[in-house]
Design a protein around this ligand. Structure first.
Ligand code: AMP
Ligand code: MG
Length: 413
């Protein structure tokens, strides 16, 4: 049996990052930067007020906290408007959050610390201010978020929604990223029914393809569904060769077990450079990986996941997902892992394999992640695994006792 780490290393070696591409900012969400983003603009672009209130000369309100002062309101600036006259001694301008500071003013008194006194017979409006503000108080200085030439995000950063917003704020129209992968998914097996028709004895509903397509989408890939492939070698070869021409990777489920001799194995064995493995893990022992080389020499990885639904999921998580993430330029390839606490015994017998026991977990009052196995652990019992939060990694041996530390790989996050 192949140790998991060796198999992972072998697969990752054949899955280098795709060549970077320049894409529009609007299409870059979730992708990974291949080059750093350097700002060509400053943010904010001008000194502006952080609050609604009155732009003042701070010396005019130096003692307003003890003795409110009445000042003359010479105008009003809404966000989006530009000041049209400077603020002189004894004068203020009513100003809204985000509006540019008028010349002469150096601070803003919040509207909460003001009282409008109205307009007198000479047409002069006054306001009573009852707070003292320091020079620069409630003013957001030009460039205090981003300056021209700042390296905002290094290569290797995944573009999150907040990063998209920063890119918009500095007017970065395009970014250089590792492109989104197009990944083909298929399932194999003559027992599989996916058209809703009544099942005959021996038939089951196809389900892995649905799961794998969703997992691929969640991993940030575009999915090309090749459907269920039946035992017609010529047809399968055509489908796979076509997929390899337009897709960056292929994920298949089923037909990789030791005893299997099926069409997929025969065809892949012939058209691709495949390695059929027995991994030292449970579930997901059988696994195949290979590459199909296009006429232009582009190498397309093929992940042959086992057909048992839980095995398919675990195999995707441990083998396919890290490799696909590497191709998309991610630097963190695996899910988050933590050292948790076993809330029950995790019994097992020695069998040369590491067990990935699906668990539910929650943080206890002690701040630690407490885990217990989901009810059913069979590799066909996806209903129980579907509700799992994580997988507890139980090394070969006789298991762990309640209260032990246990390594836990989160399934979401
Ligand atoms: P295999 O890996 O092809 O030997 O399949 C192992 C088990 O998984 C068998 O019980 C299959 O019926 C089942 N299986 C294979 N492919 C799928 C699929 N796409 N959806 C649901 N079950 C499957
Ligand atoms: Mg099969």
């Amino acid at each position: 049996m192949t140790p998991l780490e060796d198999a992972q290393e072998f697969v990752l070696r054949s899955c280098p990052p795709k060549a970077p591409d320049v894409v529009d900012r609007g299409a870059a969400g979730g992708l990974v930067l291949a080059e750093p983003v350097v700002s060509g603009e400053i943010v904010p672009p001008f000194d502006n007020t952080a609050v609604d209130g009155y732009a003042v000369r701070s010396e005019d309100v130096a003692s307003a906290a003890d003795q409110p002062v009445d000042l003359i309101v010479i105008g009003e600036i809404a966000a989006g408007a530009a000041p049209d006259r400077p603020v002189g001694p004894g004068e203020v301008v009513r100003i809204m959050t985000g509006a540019p500071m008028p010349e002469g003013a150096d601070a803003v008194v919040m509207v909460e610390d003001s009282e409008r006194l109205g307009i007198d017979d000479d047409g002069i409006e006054r306001v009573r201010l009852s707070a003292t503000v320091p020079r620069g108080g409630a003013v957001r200085g030009a460039g205090d978020d981003v300056k021209i030439g700042d390296e905002l995000f290094p290569a290797g950063t995944q573009i999150t929604p907040a990063i998209e917003a920063v890119l918009a704020s500095v007017n970065a129209q395009t970014v250089t990223v590792f492109p989104r992968l197009r990944v083909a998914v298929l399932s194999t097996g003559d027992e599989l029914i996916d058209d809703g028709s009544p099942l005959e004895l021996g038939q089951i509903r196809e389900s892995n393809r649905t799961m794998l397509a969703a997992l691929l989408a969640e991993s940030g890939c575009d999915v090309v569904d090749l459907g269920v492939v039946r035992d017609d070698e010529a047809e399968l070869e055509r489908v796979l060769r076509d997929a390899a021409l337009t897709c960056d990777a292929i994920v298949s489920s089923g037909g990789v077990s030791m005893g299997d001799y099926d069409v997929v194995k025969a065809v892949l064995g012939r058209i691709a450079d495949m390695t059929w493995m027995q991994m030292a893990i449970k579930p997901a022992k059988p696994f195949a990986f290979g590459t199909l080389t296009r006429p232009d020499n582009t190498v397309v990885p093929i992940f042959g996941l086992p057909g048992n639904p839980v095995s398919s999921l675990v195999s995707y998580e441990l083998m396919a997902r890290p490799a696909l993430r590497r191709m998309m330029g991610h630097t963190r390839l695996t899910r988050m892992s933590v050292v948790g606490v076993a809330d029950t015994d995790f019994g097992r017998s020695p069998d040369g394999k590491v067990h990935f026991t699906r668990v539910n977990g929650e943080f206890g009052d002690d701040g630690r992640f407490h885990v217990r196995p989901v009810g059913a652990q069979g590799s066909h019992q996806l209903a129980a695994t579907a509700l799992a939060d994580a997988m507890a990694i139980i090394p070969d041996g006789t298991g762990l006792q309640a209260g032990s530390d246990v390594a836990v790989l989160l399934l979401h996050g």
